[in-house]
Write a protein that binds this ligand. Structure first.
Ligand SMILES: [Zn+2]
Length: 433
């Protein structure tokens, strides 16, 4: 579909072919706040478009309402027009009947007129014959003279009179009939006129209704166009919306990467701060020694516990009672802080005749227990059960217990401490000195 290809072109041009990838790789360069602003912009655009879409939807709904109303009006107009057509046909039928009635009446009247005319002529002839004494049909004088007696004469005269009167009466009746017919004709003509007027009125009603229908159809067409336009607008907005939502998810991805990066930075920064704080606290513990008094915090789980040189390695040694040195010795002059070799908990902080001031720390690394021992210290700074961090000062180098000169005797056990030192290992296996 055309629309779809348009969308993909628009998408590609807005995001750019590698835009999502660019977001990912450039995310580190882009500030989180910039990304969040971009996201806000996209969201606000998106919500504007959403309200635009709602507006279009309302427009479409409104037009649909109007279309429904118009459709109803058109339907009822169609019914009215059909009814009017029926009425017009009815009137036409009535007009036809009236015209036929008028024609019939006219014929009857003309027949009657002719008959009256003929009768009149006959009577005229008869009257003339009687008066002029030369009529062909009846000779009045013959009638009188031909009578046998006076009684006969009277009879004959009476017969003539009766004959004349009868003719006259017929004429009167016929004239009356004619008048009635003419009145009827006038009535029918009047009725015809009314019918024709009604028909004309119906015709003009029909014309008016057809005009209304045409107007409504025109409006309907216009509404259809408007609706189509709104629907097109809505589709474009929806396309824009889907582009924006793609942008939004790309930005969100970039924000997540940026946040992860910041979190990692913060973690590293905290670690550095902690190391700095530890170095500072070493200052206060050592009462003004330099920061170089504590060994630098190395990476890994364990670090060297004190500054100084290795005066004695782990292993066989002739002068120890059992001929074996179970730890490593670190020696240095002056005030030398001793630090925890790793994160852990102080399991013992005490004075022994052999170890002198000694601290045992238990460490847990990936589920494995290790124990470190710090002996011959001049003083201890942490008590039993104290959690300690790698690099935290726990005491100071000394020569308490069975020691010859100031040094730290440092032991390293895999597992818990044992009096036989059987599980003691060379600290160099875990720490580079
Ligand atoms: Zn030693």
């Amino acid at each position: 579909m055309k629309r779809r290809s348009l969308l993909s072109i628009t998408l590609a041009s807005v995001l750019g072919i590698g835009s999502v990838l660019a977001y990912q790789s450039d995310a580190f360069a882009s500030k989180l706040s910039d990304l969040q602003n971009q996201k806000k912009n996209v969201e606000s655009k998106s919500s504007t478009i959403k309200s635009d879409i709602n507006e279009k939807d309302e427009g479409i709904k409104e037009i649909q309402g109007k279309q429904n109303t118009l459709e109803n009006e058109l339907a009822s107009l169609d019914i009215k027009i059909a009814t009017t057509d029926e009425q017009i046909q009815e009137k036409q039928q009535q007009i036809k009947e009236a015209q036929q009635a008028i024609d019939k009446l006219k014929t009857e009247i003309s027949v009657l007129k002719k008959r009256i005319e003929e009768r009149n002529q006959l009577l005229d002839q008869r009257a003339r014959a009687i008066q002029t004494n030369g009529g062909s049909s009846v000779n009045f004088l013959d009638v009188i003279l031909g009578s046998d007696s006076f009684a006969d004469l009277l009879d004959r005269m009476s017969a003539v009179t009766t004959l004349v009167n009868a003719d006259k009466q017929i004429i009167e009746e016929q004239k009356k009939d004619q008048a009635e017919l003419e009145k009827k004709q006038a009535d029918v003509e009047k009725k015809l006129k009314t019918l024709e007027e009604m028909q004309a009125k119906l015709q003009s009603m029909k014309i008016e209704m057809n005009q209304q229908k045409a107007r409504k159809n025109q409006i309907m067409k216009e509404l259809g166009k408007q609706k189509k336009q709104l629907e097109n607008d809505k589709l474009s907005l929806e396309e824009e919306q889907s582009i924006l939502s793609a942008q939004k998810s790309a930005i969100e991805k970039a924000i997540k990467l940026e946040k992860d990066r910041i979190a990692e930075q913060e973690r590293l920064e905290k670690q550095r701060q902690r190391q700095r704080q530890q170095q500072q606290s070493q200052h206060s513990y050592s009462g003004g020694g330099s920061s170089s008094d504590t060994p630098p915090v190395s990476s890994g789980s364990f670090m060297r516990p004190a500054q100084g040189y290795i005066s004695s390695e782990f292993g066989n040694r002739s002068f120890d009672a059992d001929g074996f040195h179970s730890g490593i010795d670190i020696a240095k002059g002056g005030t030398v802080p001793i630090v925890a070799a790793g994160d852990g908990v102080v399991t013992r902080s005490y004075f022994s005749s052999s170890y002198g001031n000694a601290i045992f720390i238990t460490h847990s690394v990936n589920g494995q227990i290790y124990t470190t021992v710090y002996a011959h210290m001049s003083s201890r700074l942490v008590g039993d059960s104290t959690p300690v961090h790698k690099g935290q000062i726990i005491g100071y180098m000394g020569s308490t217990g069975q020691a010859y000169g100031q040094h730290l005797h440092f032991e390293f056990y895999v597992g818990p401490w044992t009096a036989s030192h059987s599980n003691a290992v060379n600290p160099r296996n875990y720490i580079s000195f």
